[in-house]
Design a protein around this ligand. Sequence first.
Ligand SMILES: O=C(O)CCC(=O)C(=O)O
Ligand SMILES: [Fe+2]
Length: 206
Amino acid sequence: MNLFENTPEIIENILPYDGITTYYGKIFPKEIADLYFQKLLSEIEWKSDEAVIFGKLIETKRKVAWYGDESFSYTYSGRTKTALSWTDTLLEIKTAIEQTSGETFNSCLLNLYHNGSEGMAYHSDGEKDLKDNAAISSVSFGADRKFHFKHKTTKELVSLVLENGSLLMMKGCTQKFWLHRLPTTTRIIKPRISLTFRTIQKPNNL
Ligand SMILES: O=C(O)CCC(=O)C(=O)O
Ligand SMILES: [Fe+2]
């Protein structure tokens, strides 16, 4: 596959200050992105996510999965999860992302949003297991969805559309200063899969 056949317009930094978030645009051609969407839909062990909201354990409609180099444990939204081993498809995508960005990753959190009624509320990914200031790259397949950033103190908003086959990379101090969310919408009736590649810090005794 030649990733550079259709070199997309790169937006080096979509944030005005306090972080670096690069939008690489559609790094996969449509046919390849559609194929990856179908493969991921059937191959990944999708599970409902669990979150504690007002002291109650809630199951999300959005499905999630967690893959990595080793059986890492990772705490996300207050719940601890253990990573499954990479599939061939995930390794292929990971290699493409690493080549495009020059960054490396050891794990990936996947999200499946069945339609626009499912999203993710404002948060930042600064959990203690994540390496400080390491890049987080988000690959999108399926329906195009809006993505919002909000500065934690100035409240400035930045919005973009994450397209089918696109790559967004959050790095530097982005997580420290900015929240991000995937807003819900009634307009979108098709599903979307996102892959967020991350670097989990290994405990010192491993
Ligand atoms: O689906 C997305 O693009 C965002 C997912 C996200 O922010 C996360 O998993 O932390
Ligand atoms: Fe996130």
